[in-house]
Design a protein around this ligand. Structure first.
Ligand SMILES: C[S@@+](CC[C@H](N)C(=O)[O-])C[C@H]1O[C@@H](n2cnc3c(N)ncnc32)[C@H](O)[C@@H]1O
Ligand SMILES: [Zn+2]
Length: 277
């Protein structure tokens, strides 16, 4: 008999339990056959049947729902972010433990793991349960956690790479859980990001002076040897993805009118990749 989804996830979690730390008392954690994660003080977090663990210590609401994460997955799977992945992959070497902070539905991390030539132990954390449920359903052999970056359930110096892909960051926490030799890779939008979509939504879409200076300054205050690499690429987009693209982005949330399939034929990805040690 093959393993169930949950048994397989429990086994992966148990194998990599040293990455975890109790978000309440900061003690070490062990994982049992059911995937329940427990510290010595008996704080425990059960694994859901889909194979993720909810390690939130307080209730949280998310602006992101199931349909938004489904739209994100479709769009991300179309390989729109391949050039960004190539920049990230070029920063990795050997066996790596990688954490995706604010991973959403997990496709970026899964794609990176699949493309990486070395061995990768991967965990994704997000405060939005709907994203993690979907991640766990779609991608096995990765550690999926519902949790808040402000109270993350990870051990000191656990990770070689911390990824922060179009998501809010928590630099104090990143520094705590990053290995001394580790790298933080943060992806932030640049002026032309989804330019064609913005042009549909807003008549006057070009922001006059757009800059990531403040983000780069804050990043540089927290990490060393900071490099910024811009990735700009315009790709053809399949007609059926256009409404999904509109739905997945915050600017689409307040739109009354539906964006029709085929309204756009190409889309621009324009991001800064911030890399620090
Ligand atoms: C714009 S989405 C990006 C998701 C994914 N990285 C992607 O590119 O598709 C931002 C994500 O950050 C998550 N997030 C926001 N605050 C968080 C926090 N304090 N802890 C963990 N995740 C958080 C949100 O739930 C959301 O999934
Ligand atoms: Zn504890």
């Amino acid at each position: 008999m093959g393993l169930t989804k949950k048994q397989r996830a429990a086994s992966y979690l148990a194998q990599h339990s040293m990455l975890l730390q109790c978000p309440i008392c900061h003690g070490a954690m062990t994982v049992d056959d059911n995937g329940t994660v427990r510290c010595l003080a008996n704080h425990s977090f059960d694994m859901a049947k889909q194979g993720y663990v909810n390690m939130m210590t307080h209730p949280a609401t998310s602006m992101y729902d199931k349909s938004l994460f489904e739209a994100r997955k479709e769009v991300i799977d179309s390989d729109l972010y391949r050039e960004v992945y190539n920049v990230i992959l070029a920063e990795l070497a050997g066996d790596v433990a990688m954490l995706d902070t604010g991973c959403g539905e997990g496709s970026h991390l899964a794609n990176l793991k699949a493309s990486y030539s070395g061995d990768m132990v991967a965990s994704g954390i997000d405060i939005a349960k709907e994203g993690i449920v979907q991640a766990a359903k779609n991608y096995s052999d990765m550690m999926w956690i519902v949790g808040d970056l402000a109270k993350s359930p990870y051990a000191e110096e656990a990770f070689d790479i911390i990824l922060n892909f179009l998501s809010p960051a928590n630099y104090d926490e990143f520094k705590r859980i990053l290995k001394p030799s580790g790298k933080v890779i943060k992806i932030v939008p640049q002026a032309g990001y989804l330019r064609e979509l913005r042009a549909l939504f807003f008549a006057d879409s070009e922001k006059e002076s757009y800059s990531n200076d403040k983000t780069v300054t804050r990043f540089s205050e927290n990490f060393d040897d900071v490099r910024v690499q811009r990735v700009t690429t315009t790709l053809p987009i399949r007609a059926e993805l256009v409404p999904l693209l509109a739905h997945m982005t915050p600017m689409g949330w307040h739109q009354e009118q539906q964006i029709e399939a085929g309204t756009l034929t190409e889309i621009t990805i324009d991001v800064d990749v911030l890399i620090g040690q």
